[in-house]
Design a binder for this molecule. Structure first.
Ligand SMILES: Nc1ncnc2c1ncn2[C@@H]1O[C@H](COP(=O)(O)OP(=O)(O)OP(=O)(O)O)[C@@H](O)[C@H]1O
Ligand SMILES: [Mg+2]
Length: 141
């Protein structure tokens, strides 16, 4: 999907949504994006864009109270997870992690590095780095 040396400087929250849209538009069934980077680095903004880029008009919120959000109605469904508030791998498995992965939709995970054991091989890691008002988004390993 993205080359291993791909990176982008993102100057505003709106530009972060636009980047997500651009990538969302090119995603294929079953792709998994694992987002990594500190608080406020732009992961949720990016996810909003991915959902919009797939043609879904639903509003994206942080999965704080519900552990996984499903956005249907676009070209592909998006399953949005945030491992930040999850305590154990088991908790993630119990909400149906494996089924989501097998569903041929798009899985987007914030704080994916918290449970690396749960992330399958075919993932694309994206690192979000804060640089003052800008953010750098790049493909990680
Ligand atoms: N260039 C930028 N790109 C994205 N967000 C930016 C940028 N500059 C400033 N911001 C601000 O940074 C914050 C990013 O919030 P967002 O919720 O997307 O981050 P997050 O990585 O999901 O954080 P969390 O780890 O808490 O889930 C917002 O308050 C946004 O307005
Ligand atoms: Mg977030």
């Amino acid at each position: 999907m993205l080359d291993s040396d791909w990176q982008r400087v993102v100057e505003s929250p709106e530009a972060m949504v636009a980047l997500g849209e651009e990538i969302g538009a090119s995603l294929r069934p079953g792709e998994l994006l694992a987002l990594r980077g500190g608080l406020g680095a732009g992961k949720t903004h990016f996810t909003k864009g991915v959902v919009a880029g797939l043609g879904c008009e639903e509003m994206v919120t942080s999965p704080t109270f519900t552990l996984a959000h499903e956005y249907t109605g676009g070209r592909l469904p998006v399953f949005h997870f945030d491992f930040y508030r999850m305590e154990t791998e088991d908790e993630v498995l119990r909400i149906g992690w494996d089924e989501y992965l097998d569903d041929n939709g798009i899985v987007v995970v914030e704080w994916a590095d918290k449970f690396p054991e749960l992330i399958p091989e075919h993932v694309v890691w994206l690192d979000f780095v804060v640089q003052n008002a800008a953010r750098i988004v790049r493909v990680g390993e």
